[in-house]
Structures are given as C-alpha cells and as structure tokens.
Design a protein around this ligand. Sequence first.
Ligand SMILES: Nc1ncnc2c1ncn2[C@@H]1O[C@H](COP(=O)(O)OP(=O)(O)OP(=O)(O)O)[C@@H](O)[C@H]1O
Ligand SMILES: [Mg+2]
Length: 249
Amino acid sequence: MPEPLLVVRDVEKHFGGVHAIQGCSFEVGAKTITGLVGPNGCGKTTMFNLITGTFRPDSGAVIYAGRDVTGLRPHVMAQLGVARTYQLTRVFKSMSVLQNLLTVPFDQSSGERKQWAVEVLAAVGLAEEADATAGDLSFGDQKLLEFARVFMLHPKLVLLDEIFAGISPALQERQMRVIRDFRARLGVTFLVVDHTMRVIMNLCQEVLVMNHGQILAQGAPAEISRNDRVIEAYLGNRSAMKGVDHHRD
Ligand SMILES: Nc1ncnc2c1ncn2[C@@H]1O[C@H](COP(=O)(O)OP(=O)(O)OP(=O)(O)O)[C@@H](O)[C@H]1O
Ligand SMILES: [Mg+2]
C-alpha cells in the first residue's frame, strides 16, 4: 500500500440517537483510486461530510497529507486540495457550462482559470457545450459538469459520491477514463462511493466495504468479491457478485 494521503482514525458520529459512524478507521493510499461501498444508510456520505468538514466527528481524527485536519471548515479543506461531488447533482442551472466551472473559487488569475476550465471541459468531453445553459443539458451531462467542477480546485484528493448512478455505460466509461487520466497525469487520489459494482471493481485498486458505520473489509477488488463476510453483509447473495472479478483491467 502506498503512503497514505488520508487516514481516518476511530471516527464516531451520532445524529441524535442514530449512531451513524461507529469507530471507523481506514487509509487511502496516495495516488490510488479507492472504492468505498456498502448498503444504503451505512454511512458513506456521512464519512465524506466528516472528511470535508461539513460535519465534525464526535471523536477520532482525520489526517490528510500528514496533518490533523479534524473539524476544519469545508472552505479550508478545499484550499488544502480536497474536492467533492454531491450525491444530488448541484449545478447552477441558469449559468453556462463554462461559468459553472468559473464559480469555483481558486487563487489564480482569471485568464489562467478560464484556460484551465477549457482544458477540464475538454477532458470530460463537454468542450462543445461550454456556452450552453447548464439547465438545458441532459441529466448525464449535468453529472459530468458537476464532476468537471471538482477539478477546478487543482485537487490532490477527490471524493466522488455516486457520480455513476443513473447514467449510460458510455458516460460511465468516459468518467472512468477521466479519473484514470487525472490520476496518471497529475497524481490525483480518488475515493469513490458507488453502488455500481462493475465500475468499482474495474476502476479501483483498493476497495473499502462499510457496514453499520464501520469498515467491514478492505482489499483488492478480486479479494473483496470473494470475501464471504462482504457477500453476506452487503450483497445478500453470491449472484450479485457474479462476473465482477472478470472485468478488471
Ligand atoms: N444530517 C443528518 N441528520 C440526521 N441523520 C443523518 C444525517 N446524515 C445522515 N444521517 C443518517 O446517518 C446514516 C448514514 O447515512 P448516509 O447518508 O451517510 O448513508 P450512505 O451510506 O451514504 O447511504 P446511500 O448509499 O443511501 O447514499 C443514516 O441512518 C442516515 O439517516
Ligand atoms: Mg450516500
């Protein structure tokens, strides 16, 4: 496992009587694409909110790039290079596609920002839609636009919350290409939450399986897909995992 970029240590989070995160610990290796999977309500999005400072853990620590960042505010985490998408797509529907990217605050001259925005749009395949109104895009292209926005920060760590949900396999392939490309060219680290097991198993070097706010298992996709505890707790039956370990590249 490479040097970790992110370490989550013994994190706890309650919402009133709901014990959403129950002593959760894991590491994300620098420059890896790591998957985070688990049943609905197991705490994946909450973990993103704890890493990015939307929520503060009740206890435990979040270490990023060797620094204790527990409870730092979201804009500080963004300045430190942590970017995320939201499970419900958030784009500014009345703005153009390009303007949507330029709303992301980053300390760069406007000329440099615009040039980077144009590069990012080209990378995700939205170059021709740059001047289109975001609200006129298809659902899939709006997902791509929100995905594109994370790169405006020149992030080191990108957290993706179900960006593959409800879009065509062709767009999923495009997103996977972009993730691999940003990792290879710029050394970006990705933590990817999704229920689309085919994508997770294809894309990730390492998969974390969460259940009831804890990490149940961690390993390479092929190991995870054979892990009986994972199959029982998460998938309920073996047929759900059929074929997934044949799709790795
Ligand atoms: N802001 C909140 N206030 C109260 N309870 C919350 C809040 N956010 C999450 N929870 C609860 O914490 C638990 C974990 O929810 P979370 O959204 O993290 O799950 P998830 O793994 O992302 O699920 P899904 O796969 O459906 O997106 C759930 O019981 C949820 O109801
Ligand atoms: Mg969620």
